[in-house]
Design a protein. Structure first.
Length: 141
């Protein structure tokens, strides 16, 4: 059964690891990689990635990307969202801390932020406006 707008937005707001997909060009399948993301219901989705990464280069060329999240418990549920890139900006330390805190236990955030800020190179935040959704809850399977 398809999720309502509120259900799918709330589901996307939970800290799932997403599969990001972006057009990889003629003769290639889409690039699909796992990624952390941030989202609040009714807002835009944002991801953080390396400025010079292939992922960012493809996103900038395509001008859009999609995210898909899923879970198996307590029911099989998924949501996929796709839309245009509306902004790409240099990432801040506060944004790195925010997204890290979303996914990591509190006691690991400072260490990860320190490591990532020293080792991951220049990062950008890419914002996407959700335009199209596909979602479902398959019930107790």
């Amino acid at each position: 059964m398809a999720l309502t707008r509120d259900e799918r937005e709330q589901f996307l707001a939970e800290p799932h690891v997403a599969a990001l997909a972006v057009d990889a060009g003629a003769g290639r399948a889409p690039l699909t990689v796992p990624i952390w993301y941030q989202y609040e219901p009714g807002g835009d989705v944002w991801i953080m990635t390396g400025l010079d990464s292939r992922k960012n280069q493809l996103i900038q060329a395509a001008g859009r990307f999609s995210l898909m999240i899923d879970r198996l418990e307590p029911t099989i549920r998924y949501a996929s969202v796709e839309g245009p890139v509306i902004e790409t900006t240099p990432a801040t330390l506060d944004q790195l801390r925010e997204i890290s805190a979303r996914y990591l236990p509190a006691e690991k955030v400072d260490g990860y932020v320190d490591f990532a800020s020293k080792n991951h190179g220049e990062q950008v935040v890419v914002r996407m406006r959700p335009e199209r959704w596909v979602s479902s809850d398959l019930g107790q399977v």
